[in-house]
Ligand binder design. Structure first.
Ligand SMILES: [Zn+2]
Length: 452
């Protein structure tokens, strides 16, 4: 889990760094940050090799708290354009029902590469489409994540409330409760790593109130407690969802969540747009956190997540790109800018700065995924770092480097380190043929969408 390095590495004299007292950089040994080097000092760690970071702005590795990797195969699908969530889903479900293991492997690899090149070092994924033949979706995802070396918290998603039973998805993409729960337990036991430095973790994630039965929601919460893993689902994304809950369960989505045994610190929720002030207080008291997905929310016109009101109430908020059918990019650094712009326009200049947006994507996201060993550049934390250069046209003439990343629109990291190991060097992922990956991924997307 932790990369053993030959000698301590001093990431020296960065142009700027998002950390207190590390103006001259950080020292990394065996996958961890062991020293912050302040102005006027040299490392006290002996025998260091150096990486000259004089052209780099250094951030904690970004953490993506919500995604659906398979959706990279259905970006900008004509039938789903200009639709809100429910009709958007209904346009895409029949396409997703044709997903194959080979296509999923390409989609996951491509999404991970896209995230990594944007500065992400940890990502979640929420895979909830299990058509026949794709029973081992999580295994495929673990394989791709291990090949690339990105930290992942893969959620074993599920849907068991299909059109036949009054739900939204077609019958062909759902599984029955027993099959779902057995596979949840299997993948947790097989892949979930515990403790600091974990590279592969598993959480349980029924898709949403409108695609899962109450029985499965309750049983999943009980299983997560027994196996001691996290819980994830979509909640409070749209007014349609409020109406659905009101009609079917005679309550609001959060009441339903609580009734199902989900309102606790194990849970992080995607979106959280339509909570009332009272509901925010309840979420904060329970320790439930929220993944804010600004691009997806704007594309589907779902509403604006009240991030500052949630933080004021005491809720931890992280950032997510959401699936690539509603973003449609998997670029977490661009998501930081989107969050900054959206929340500043809602709350004003005195309330939201570029530091807040960077904090949501790092420390805030770390809280969502339940980890204290990542999300910050500090002694003892894992050496997960994203280094950006300001050498593109868009940065020319910029003053404050950390502000420039957000305001000028950084989108591609020059170097990315996970657990002390460089996974991106000079803007490339060593050993990954991106052109070949894109060619095969595009062909798979065409087949899936029925164009070939
Ligand atoms: Zn989502």
């Amino acid at each position: 889990m932790v990369e053993k390095t030959q000698r301590p590495l001093w990431i020296k004299d960065p142009l700027a760094i998002l950390a207190e007292g590390a103006q001259r950089g950080v020292v990394v040994i065996d996958g961890r940050i062991v020293e912050l080097v302040p102005t006027g000092r040299r490392p006290t760690t002996p025998d260091v090799t150096t990486f000259d970071a004089g052209a780099h702005v250094v951030l904690p590795g970004l953490i993506n708290t919500h995604h659906h990797f398979y959706q990279t195969l259905t970006r900008a699908v004509p039938a789903a354009l200009d639709r809100e969530l429910f009709p958007w889903l209904q346009a895409l479900y029949p396409i997703w029902a044709r997903l194959t293991p080979e296509a999923l492997d390409l989609a996951v690899t491509l999404a991970l590469a896209e995230l990594l090149l944007s500065g992400a070092t940890t990502t979640t994924d929420h895979h909830y489409v299990f058509p026949k033949g794709l029973e081992e979706a999580v295994d495929i995802q673990v394989g791709a994540a291990r090949r690339l070396g990105v930290r992942v918290l893969l959620t074993r998603g599920s849907m068991n409330l299909s059109q036949r039973d009054g739900g939204l998805p077609p019958d062909s993409v759902v599984q029955d409760e027993d099959t779902i729960l057995a596979d949840c337990e299997r993948v947790v036991k097989r892949y979930h790593q515990r403790g600091e430095g974990a590279t592969v973790q598993i959480a349980l994630a029924p898709c949403s109130p409108f695609s899962v039965t109450t029985s499965l929601m309750r049983a999943t919460a009980e299983l997560a407690e027994r196996l001691n893993v996290r819980l994830h689902t979509h909640l409070a994304e749209t007014e349609d969802e409020n109406r659905f809950c009101q009609a079917l369960y005679k309550c609001r989505p959060l009441d339903y969540l609580e009734d199902c045994g989900w309102l606790n610190a194990r849970t992080w929720l995607a979106h959280g747009i339509h909570f009332t002030a009272d509901e925010m207080t309840r979420l904060a008291r329970a320790g439930t956190s929220v993944a804010h997905c600004p691009c997806s929310n704007q594309t589907l016109a779902s509403g604006t997540c009240p991030v500052c009101a949630m933080e004021d109430a005491g809720i931890c908020v992280g950032l997510g790109v959401d699936g690539s059918a509603s973003n449609d990019a998997s670029n977490l650094m661009q998501e930081v800018r989107a969050a900054f712009l959206l929340q500043r326009s809602r709350y004003g200049v005195g309330k939201v700065s570029h530091f807040d947006a960077l904090r949501w994507a790092t420390a805030g996201s770390a809280a969502c995924v339940g980890r204290s060993d990542i999300g910050e550049i500090a002694v003892g934390k894992m050496a997960d770092l994203a280094l950006f250069k300001l050498d593109e046209l868009r940065f020319s003439g910029s003053g404050e480097p950390l502000a420039a990343l957000v305001l000028c629109g950084a989108h591609r990291a020059d170097r990315v380190m996970v657990g002390g190991r460089w996974l991106v060097e000079d803007g490339h992922i060593p050993g990954l043929d991106l052109a070949d990956l894109m060619r095969r991924h595009s062909a798979a997307a065409k087949r899936l969408q029925g164009a070939a």
